[in-house]
Every structure is written in C-alpha cells, then in structure tokens.
Write a protein that binds this ligand. Structure first.
Ligand code: TXA
Ligand code: MG
Length: 330
C-alpha cells in the first residue's frame, strides 16, 4: 500500500452510517450544543438544538452567513409543533395534508416559546417543518427536541444533497455527518405563510402552488423577494425595537440604556445588557435578540450600542443592528 508522506486532511471521516448507536451519539452531540449534519428528503441540513442560543449561533458562524437569515425548525409531529407556534385553521389543514414532507409553514411564535430568538432572527414568526426522511425522523425521535437547520452549505454556495458535499465545506464545523438514503427531492422545501384570506408563497418547492390552493381553497400569491437573503430583514414584521438605537456608542446619554460588548463598556446606563463581557462574537450573536427585547422594555429614551468588531459573526450582528436602527429613522 502506498503511504503518502503528508497525509491530506480527511474530510470524510465524520461521515457515519445512521445506525442506532450513531443516531444516539448525534443526539448527544446536539444536547452538548454541537452541530450535526443529516439528510432530509430535500437537502442536507446543518442542525443544532433549536432551544440553545449558542448552538444556533454556531450555525451562522459555520455557514459564514452575512446576516441572521431566519432558520427552519424541524419537528417530529404537528403535536410537537403546537407547543411552540400557533396554527390558524388553514395552516393546520395544510400541515395535515403535506406533513411529513418538504413543506414549511411560517407561523406565529407562542408566548413563552422555548425556541431561541435567533432561529427566527427576532421575528415574531417561526418557520416550522415536519420532515419525512427516515434519518432526520429517527434523530428527532432520539433527541426529543426541535432541531434548527438551514441547508448544510457555506452561505452563497449550492445546497448539498450528499454527505460528501457537506464534508468538503463543513467537516471541521460539524461533530458528525449522517449518511443515509438519498435526499430524494433535492430541492429545498416549499415555504408558505398564511395571512388573512390568502397564502403567500415565500419559496417555491416540490409542493406546488396548485396543490396548496386545492387543499386550502385559498389563492396562493408569490412573494417575490423571498429568495433574496435580505428579504426577511426587510419584511415589515421584522423585529425592530420601539426604542431608537444609537450605534457605535462610546458614551451614554441621559436616559439611555446600553447594549454593551466587551469588558470596558460604560457602566452608568439606565439598564445594561452585555452581549459578551469576554468579547466573544459567538456569545454576542446568541444573546443579541433576547437582550434587545429586554432593553426595549426598559422605557429608556434610546439604546446605545457599543461598537461590535465587523469581522466573522460580527458582520451579521452589525447587519441586524443597522437594520434595526435604520427602521426608526423613517
Ligand atoms: O428543505 C429545506 O427547507 C432545508 C432542509 C434542511 O430542511 N432547509 C433550508 O433552510 O432550506 P434555509 O435556512 O437554507 O432556508 C430557510 C428559508 C430562508 O429563505 C428564510 O428566509 C426562510 O426560510 N424563513 C425562515 N424563517 C422565516 C420566517 N419566520 N419568516 C419568513 N421566512 C423565513
Ligand atoms: Mg439554504
């Protein structure tokens, strides 16, 4: 056998057969806040515990997403979904027809919902889906909690449909890549949002507008900007605090609250939340939306925001902060 003098990095060693033992280990990794990749009937997902802020932040870091585009939460059943989101009659009908399957519903977050704010990028809605692929179903059953997962590719690259695709891009970011039967749809799920007396098609997929019209009895309209990754940030419903934001603040004005970063932030604000005293961008991303919500409740004149380094996850954090700040100017 030929021995290579410099053994190349082995991107494929994390690919595992979906045996019960491996599925159990994958669920354990998720519990520890690690990322696991798995096949679904659409594309490979890059999954994290949807209730763990830091784990969800790790998804954005791994994908190098320039903004916190909201993620889809995968659940084992409609009953499980009911714990976190509110179903209107039409959405329930659609879920009953198309779940399990390549179909995602955008629904209102329930009060006190245990899912991370980061999965919905601060929106008051959450995209949920009950997948049918046996590997993700078995993983959900073992893990017993919702799994947040975007497609398992670096942002801007093609969605993966084979474990090797994931290994090539993300092998150093995931604890395990589960092998399994093919992603037989190969196209990301159809995403819809029922509003008023219509259904908005946010992303076309293998469940067609016609099938949705047949089941719902409502007109389906295409929402043109849905494929644009900045679209969720531009939706009216996107979370913007009621209190104005003042970015890159190095001092505190009278009556201002402070969203701090790092350990030498001012200490005399009306209310202070520190995204990460140690200066970790991962921790800051995990805390961002929950802390903005808190500060928004403080009755302050404005929220001063400490400068956040504009590198790695900081780019996504600054993207969301500048959107939230800009919305108050009109
Ligand atoms: O087939 C799929 O859906 C795959 C597999 C892994 O399940 N997942 C997937 O996720 O394609 P991702 O992150 O690549 O795409 C999620 C899409 C984004 O376009 C995002 O903007 C939209 O879902 N989305 C998520 N939550 C939303 C919300 N609350 N409102 C509107 N759009 C939302
Ligand atoms: Mg994607």
């Amino acid at each position: 056998m030929e021995i290579e003098p410099h053994s190349p990095k082995k991107p494929y060693e994390k690919i595992m057969q979906p045996t019960l033992a491996h599925l159990h280990l994958a669920a354990k990794y998720l519990t520890q806040g690690k990322l696991v990749s798995f096949p679904t009937e659409t594309v490979y997902g890059l999954g994290a515990d949807a209730t763990n802020d830091a784990a969800v932040a790790r998804i954005f870091a791994a994908k190098k997403r320039p903004s916190f585009n909201p993620l889809i939460v995968h659940l084992s059943s409609i009953e499980e979904a009911e714990k976190y989101v509110e179903f209107d009659i039409t959405s329930r009908k659609l879920a009953a027809s198309f779940w399990p399957g390549p179909f995602t519903l955008v629904l209102k977050r329930k009060p006190g919902c245990a899912l991370s704010q980061l999965v919905s990028a601060g929106l008051d809605t959450i995209a949920v889906r009950v997948p049918e692929h046996p590997v993700i179903r078995a993983l959900l059953q073992d893990f017993k909690r919702p799994i947040a997962a975007p497609s398992a590719n670096i942002s801007g690259k093609l969605s993966p449909t084979k474990p090797e695709h994931v290994a090539r891009d993300l092998s150093d970011k995931v604890a395990m890549i589960l092998d399994g039967p093919p992603c037989h749809n190969g196209l990301e799920s159809t995403i819809v949002h029922v509003f008023g007396s219509g259904v908005r098609l946010l992303r076309p997929g293998s469940i067609t507008a016609r099938e949705i019209e047949e089941v719902s009895g409502l007109r389906v309209t295409k929402f043109e900007d849905a494929q644009n990754p900045t679209a969720p940030g531009q939706l009216k419903s996107h979370y913007a605090p009621n209190t104005p934001l003042r970015l890159n603040a190095t001092n505190i004005g009278v009556g201002e609250a402070l969203l701090a970063f790092g350990n030498n932030a001012p200490k005399d604000a009306k209310m202070i939340r520190n995204l990460s005293p140690q200066g970790s961008l991962l921790e800051a991303a995990a805390n961002l939306f929950a802390m903005l919500h808190d500060l928004d409740q403080s009755g302050s004149k404005a929220i001063a925001v400490s400068p956040i380094p504009n590198k790695a996850l900081g780019v996504a954090i600054n993207d969301r902060l500048s959107r939230a700040a800009a919305q108050k100017e009109d």
